[in-house]
Design a protein around this ligand. Sequence first.
Ligand code: SER
Length: 593
Amino acid sequence: MKQLTGQELRRAYIEFFKARGHAELGSAPLIPEHDPTVLFTTAGMHPLVPFLAGQPHPQGRRLTSVQKCLRTDDIDEVGDTTHLTFFEMLGNWSLGDYFKKEAITWSYEFLTQVLGIPAERLHVSCFAGDADAPRDEESAAIWESLGIPRERIYFFGKKQNWWGPAGQTGPCGPDTEMFYFTGEPCGEGRGEDCDPSCDCGRYVEVWNDVFMQYNKTAAGTYEPLAQRNVDTGMGLERTVAVLHGYDDVFRTELFASIMERLQALSGRAYEGESLRAMRIVADHIRASTFLMADGVLPSNVEQGYILRRLLRRAMRYARMLGIEGSVLPDLAMVVVQHYALAYPELAEKRELIAHEIALEEGRFLQALQRGEREFERLVARLQEGQISGRDAFYLYETYGFPLELTAEMARERGIAVDEAGFQEAYARHQQMSRAGAELKFAGGLADHSEATTRLHTATHLLHAALRLVLGEHVRQAGSNITVDRLRFDFAHPEKLTDEQLQRVEDLVNEAIAADYPVCVDQMSLEEAQASGALAFFGERYGDRVNVYSIGEFSKEVCGGPHVEHTGQLGHFKIQKQEAVGRGLRRIRAVLEA
Ligand code: SER
């Protein structure tokens, strides 16, 4: 096998598909630009959803990319040899162009000829068929024609051999997956019953060719798409590990500099008891660095909350490795150094990343030291063998310990946490602050006349437009409306250029001209956040919230009131911008008749 580095594999992949008529796309950001139903870009196909659905892509019908991806479903499983939150996905796409024969043949050629994986090590799986789509004998026959014998072709159901949609709805279809057979015995004791559907690691999945012919609707049904697409995805880290004969992605060159630094800082080797903690720190710091380069800052909501969780967990595990004091900025700079060639945005944001990571570390370090002492006191006083919901909430509120962290620390000592009790305490706290919240919302508006209502809706459009122009890190920090003008404070590190201000103003006026309907729905805060609604006031909300949607343009948790459609607003004009404190900007704007 060819012992390629990550960078060599990226280039070999892209060149292979360019030679077969594909246009190379740069990686899209980790924060989806067009899909509010998910927090992160989770696959290479994600930025391509509109094009898989039939919209023509400006670069043509054959595309290839290396995409930054982040998956949070199994944060808790990070620590073994294969799970990662951040990873890179190599992919090639056909938008209604070639289909199964070319996709499978090229996959086979790339694996065996370019990467030099012995054909006899390859096992593949195909879709077994069900009520939604037929058994994929066509793919199996193509594999056979390439020389993969029937006994190395497996058929599985939707759980294994169906991919997508990436969000709740959208393009999806049956897939065929390729596995490298390690030759190890089954780690789960299944003996000769072990097959590629087993998680034991004996078969390593390296590539997935999805035949995206269906659209999953909100009703849960599958309709044929306008065109038959191919969407493939190869995990970069895993493939590099296979090529070098490692069963542990953290041993590859992709992690080498992070692992070296961790070993130097801790004075421990990457072995035995240190394995899990080092993997967690390495994974989380890499993911965090990439998130920050894409504009995410630590906060208590949405992407910012995931980032905060990753950083805080990384730090706690660094301390378990015996590293005291500051560690995250140093490690983040190692990540920047390693990846700057492939991802120049890391180098561009180097200073911002170092600065913000140090701030978050400082905040957490203080809270952590005090919180850990408090945790020890709680444990020493324990009577019922479990940490009560009230105490877990106390750790959360006073020391910023997420429930997951308390639960994890408790688990290490074989102690349970009353998680339901925590949720109850949390809900009670929310109810108590609701009265205050209502006052605050009312306080943001001088009165509820027509003029202020219009300005309030304009504020939502402004918020959405700022996020479109400047990025998803923009978040409301304050709002004040009188009958004459709106004033909107938001997080953004620098002064807006004249062009940016103009673009924001234009976007708001376009949204007004589009005369979008303004709709309100009631739901829980969790549902609201899952639906992509902006909600930046944390526990200041009650447990049922109003979500205001303005067409597809804006969606925010809010107390109202709002106009019924944006055509009622008149012409939006930004009067000035100011700085209000570090990292905060203020915009004043009016609506003209
Ligand atoms: N979308 C598929 C996956 O994520 C193939 O790229 O596996």
